[in-house]
Design a protein around this ligand. Structure first.
Ligand SMILES: Cc1cc2nc3c(=O)[nH]c(=O)nc-3n(C[C@H](O)[C@H](O)[C@H](O)COP(=O)(O)O)c2cc1C
Length: 260
């Protein structure tokens, strides 16, 4: 097996870090690799904010569904889907006048543009994860950055066409984190299909969740009134308060993005 596959096959999310800074050289390499990520039309539809202010990290630890380890991460990078930069450039380049001359309405960033910018930002983020791994630096995504849109907009001074799509915490892993067992994945036959989508049936789900269901049944702390893994995942994740907040927040951002 080559070294790159070794890193990928042994990667895990790291949520506790040694108390030492990431060297300037390693950070520079990590960012250099990040900027080499594929990007739609070579447009770099993203921006990255390095969050170094401790008070801001502590705010994020609260606003991202109370995850204290964010405040302890030596390196925190915020990945932003960003169409503002291009739209500002279009405006400065006289595209409003171009549209008037052509008798066309001026097109502003729309939902498709947002999705493409989110793809760009997340592909850059994952490139940073892999680069970090190769430098012995662990990382963890914080999806909850999509919550509290208004607070994060004000905290980072985000204009209309910029949305925080991913937060990454980085640091050298503690011994304990390195010894954690790898999280399991579903068998690939449930995830990777030849040629056409295959909708799973009850027998598939029974097989897919057999191990998780056995662990759930053995767990003495399982919540009252919850009968199985499906109910637990529904209650604890899908129908949780943080999911409701994420939906509210994303809707608020979409309203701002679509505003005239
Ligand atoms: C989009 C996304 C959002 C995530 N958000 C969080 C988060 O808010 N907090 C956290 O501790 N882990 C978060 N994670 C990490 C996942 O929990 C983790 O990848 C998953 O449990 C599998 O574990 P592994 O990465 O160690 O293999 C996130 C991962 C992704 C891809």
């Amino acid at each position: 097996m080559n070294e790159t596959l070794g890193f990928l096959l042994n990667r895990r999310s790291i949520r506790a870090y040694e108390e030492r800074e990431i060297s300037a050289e390693d950070k520079d390499l990590l960012l250099q690799a990040t900027l080499r990520a594929p990007t739609a039309g070579n447009m770099l539809l993203y921006s990255i904010i390095e969050v170094s202010d401790q008070a801001t990290k502590e705010t994020l630890a609260r606003t991202c569904d109370n995850q204290p380890f964010i405040a302890k991460a030596p390196l925190v990078l915020l990945f932003l889907a960003d169409y503002q930069r291009w739209f500002d450039y279009f405006m400065l380049s006289g595209v409003a006048e171009l549209c008037r001359r052509r008798g066309e309405p001026l097109r502003k960033p729309q939902e498709g543009d947002l999705y493409l910018a989110c793809s760009d930002a997340l592909i850059a983020a994952q490139t940073a994860v892999v680069a970090a791994e190769s430098l012995g630096i662990g990382s963890c995504y914080i999806g909850d950055i999509m919550e509290n849109y208004e607070i994060h907009r004000d905290l980072f001074g985000l204009p209309q066409y910029v949305f925080p799509i991913g937060l990454l915490c980085f640091g050298y892993p503690t011994q304990g984190q390195m010894q954690r067992p790898m999280t399991p994945r579903f068998d690939r036959k449930f995830i990777i299909f030849p040629d056409r989508y295959r909708r799973l049936d009850e027998a598939d789900f029974d097989e897919m969740y057999r191990d998780a269901q056995e662990r759930f049944a053995r767990n003495p702390d399982r919540p009252d009134g919850i009968a199985n893994v499906g109910q637990a995942m529904y209650a604890q994740k899908f129908a949780s308060d943080f999911s409701a907040e994420m939906t509210r927040s994303v809707r608020a951002m979409l309203r701002a993005w679509e505003a005239a």
